[in-house]
Design a binder for this molecule. Sequence first.
Ligand code: PLP
Length: 388
Amino acid sequence: MIKLIKSTFNKEKATKDALCKFIKQSKQLSIGKMCSEFESKFSRWQGRKYSVMFNSGSSANLALIQVLINLKKIKEEDSVGFSAVTWATNIMPLISLKLNPIPIDIELETLNISSKKVIEAYKKNKFKFLFITNVLGYCHDIDNIKEFCKKNNILLIEDNCESLGSEYKKTKLGNFSLASTFSFYVGHHLSTIEGGMVCTDDLEIDTMLRIVRSHGMDRHLSESEQKRLRLEYKVDAFYGKFAFYDIGYNFRPTEINGFLGVNQLQYLDEMVSNREKNYKKLEKIYLNNDFIKIETTGLTKISNFAFPLICKTKNIKEKYMDIAKKTGIEIRPIVAGCINKHAFYKKHVATKHKLPNAETVHELGFYFGNNAEMTRDEINTLVRVFSK
Ligand SMILES: Cc1ncc(COP(=O)(O)O)c(C=O)c1O
């Protein structure tokens, strides 16, 4: 069986042995030094000033949107443009925090939104905030999207949960925006079992992320930031550790997640490079006319954890679903398909939009895994099965 999730960790046995040892010798397993160490090492790896670890990519997304509200950068009823092919928990906070979600169609040849689609959507609805998702290690012309947002004063954030390690014109995805989110769910590029991160170069956002992550309190701020807040809000020493400054949640990771992050980070460059090598071999599948070829122009590094296939017809999709089942290849829909097709969206958002490309992905797309430890035999099987 070629499974979507091959293992819990890269170098599974060594990682589990190290984890057991860490747990046995640790006095504290709630958020502490290991989470901080992972945050600073991740910042260095990603090339961002600040990183705040969360217990999932979903909570990282919700927290970041709450931060933008707490800092009054956006407010209730503001329109938010978003990539129509995305994950459900990117959109749920927009709905629950009373923003107005505006879906933007993707380009079929990259599975991502382009500046052209952003401009078309903006002409119809002048959104103040754009929440893009870098799908499956790809992007379209994200540099032009950034430029358009800058010119029009649109606040841009990136969900980079599916593209850790990819580079567009030599800049890492996740570094094109005010802040970006990452997921370390077991099925993604780097696993802390569950986990997430927000990266930014903005100290005010970093501070508010730490407040939102931890009940609205200042526990995980630097001493100088704590002092500043306690002075500003006239909080005395007795209430210092029990003062609640703004709307928050409990989205804290544990030291187990922090330890795993530090441990797996040592393999990240190797994992990215292995996946890229696999990808170059798997790309032969696109010579098969049954599928739409995914274009990677501008991507100077492709960090892809799952290989997408968009079939040209429904019959073709059914044929390959059947073959995959018989040959033991696990497949699944591409991200969540077109988000607007899901029951939660229809229930909570009244306005309808035409999204033909996202709908094609929904109806005709699927993917299989691209694991960093995939064997040559597994790759050969995948190429053979999906090539004519
Ligand atoms: C694009 C994207 N964003 C966010 C998430 C949510 O991440 P997590 O599973 O860590 O909550 C996912 C899903 O796995 C995703 O695909």
